[in-house]
Design a protein around this ligand. Structure first.
Ligand code: SF4
Length: 341
């Protein structure tokens, strides 16, 4: 089986794609030998497209309000136990400064789908950050907004936008996302963002309830056909006081495996190692760099901010996550022969 799977990895690397049945086989018969081989190839591809350079994106959770009620999410609208907060502009700037002191100048502004963030408010925020921070890169992840808002924020300097599609299969989407959310609308938003010129990121959760192998294949194929510029994957984590609180976590190893597959499918994309990986796998984020990831998404050390942002709980059944020590993580990545910019 190992030899056969290596052949699939070789084909994936050479052509950037596989037939549906081949992709299914690669996922279904995952084994240690194939994982090692896939990871080697994913690192080779990263080396050829990015050199040995990786980035750190400092995540700033600007709001925990959301108009949607997704069943897996800790800050879903109807979760009365979620701590709600919204940072003011001064605090956001303070966070940018804290990251800058650690050498991080890529700021990922993330929030629930919060209606407070109008076109004007984010436009002003972007201009303020750029005026205060000078040379920096702002990445937005603020949910579904109007085309006019996307356009105005692009014109105000934002160049990347993350919006996970969630599930590319309509039936599966309906089981996990609320009835007032639409897969078609989500895709339309992604196409709008891409057309405007954003480096557009998307992704999905591995192991989310009701997900089948066919769904995963469909999701991977959607990301490939969309030609995502940023790959934002995660593993499902059951969050207390949500409808899925009693479900099992997604598989961290499988998540990294799919990230490596996506690196081979979209060689030039940014593949994010985001904090949720550490919830399902010890040192999950660092391990992602052995499989072709090139962006570490890091949080601030300040507990006051992060403890309110319970998209997932930092303490769960399996692992306790210490707050991020960006300096230590940087050293670990550099120890792998990579250069953090
Ligand atoms: S997953 Fe996103 S859109 Fe859904 S409730 Fe959570 S923050 Fe809101």
């Amino acid at each position: 089986m190992g030899k056969c799977m290596d052949t699939l990895v070789d084909k994936l690397m050479a052509t950037g794609n596989l037939e549906t049945e081949e992709l299914k086989e690669l996922l279904k018969f995952r084994n240690a030998e194939t994982t090692e081989y896939l990871n080697q190839k994913a690192c080779m591809v990263r080396q050829s497209t990015k050199g040995n350079k990786v980035q750190i994106w400092g995540r700033i959770p600007i709001s925990s309000y959301c108009k949607y009620d997704c069943k897996m999410c800790g800050i879903r609208r109807d979760n009365q136990f979620a701590k709600r907060f919204r940072m003011d502009a001064e605090l956001i700037l303070e966070c940018c400064n804290d990251f800058a002191k650690k050498g991080v100048r890529n700021f990922l502004l993330e929030s629930g789908d919060d209606v407070y963030y109008t076109e004007k408010r984010i436009e002003e925020l972007l201009l303020m950050i750029q005026k205060a921070m000078g040379d920096c890169n702002v990445i937005l992840s603020l949910g579904e907004k109007s085309q006019a808002a996307y356009m105005s924020w692009y014109n105000s300097g934002a160049r990347s936008y993350l919006l996970r599609h969630g599930s590319a299969n309509e039936q599966h989407f309906r089981k996990v996302y609320p009835s007032n959310m639409s897969l078609l609308l989500r895709k339309q938003n992604l196409w709008q963002l891409q057309k405007i010129g954003y480096r557009t990121g998307t992704g999905f959760l591995i192991g989310i309830p009701y997900q089948t192998l066919d769904n995963v294949v469909e999701d991977i194929q959607f990301i490939k056909s969309f030609e995502a510029s940023v790959i934002d994957m995660g593993a499902f984590i059951p969050v207390p006081r949500t409808p899925f609180e009693r479900e099992r976590s997604g598989n961290g190893e499988m998540t990294l495996y799919i990230m490596a597959i996506l690196r081979l499918m979209l060689p030039g994309a940014s593949v994010l190692a985001n904090p949720s990986l550490d919830c399902v796998l010890r040192d999950g984020r660092i391990k992602a760099f052995s499989g072709g990831a090139d962006v570490l998404v890091a949080d601030l050390e300040e507990d006051t901010i992060m403890s309110s942002y319970n998209v997932y709980e930092r303490k769960n059944g399996r692992l306790f996550l210490p707050l991020d020590q960006v300096g230590n993580m940087k050293a670990q990545i550099e120890g792998m022969g990579l250069r953090v910019l």
